[in-house]
Design a binder for this molecule. Structure first.
Ligand SMILES: [Zn+2]
Length: 94
């Protein structure tokens, strides 16, 4: 059974919280301001723009959310920052 993850992320440009879900694959979720976005996949996450905070949770049976990690990035606000990609798989010890 595939795991499902949800990432809540905060746009560093306009401070709006957005949600990305691994059930929507190969889709870049763009903030309402159009400057930041997240494409959440099970093993790889792509981001554009400026993400100031995020929280990753695994969705368990019955819709229970289990928090995996939370980050706050100390990024300077300076427009489109390019891309950051990082592997999530290293976080899991299974
Ligand atoms: Zn925004």
């Amino acid at each position: 059974m595939e795991k499902r993850f949800i990432m809540e992320w905060k746009c560093g440009e306009c401070s709006t919280w957005n949600i990305s879900d691994t059930e929507r694959t190969h889709q870049m979720d763009i903030c309402q301001c159009g400057k930041s976005g997240v494409d959440l996949e099970e093993h790889l996450t792509r981001t554009i723009g400026n993400i100031s905070e995020n929280r990753m949770s695994e969705v368990l049976d019955g819709g229970v959310m289990k928090e995996i990690y939370a980050n706050t990035y100390k990024q300077e606000k300076r427009g489109i920052l390019g891309r950051i990609a990082y592997k999530l798989s290293c976080l899991f010890k299974s």
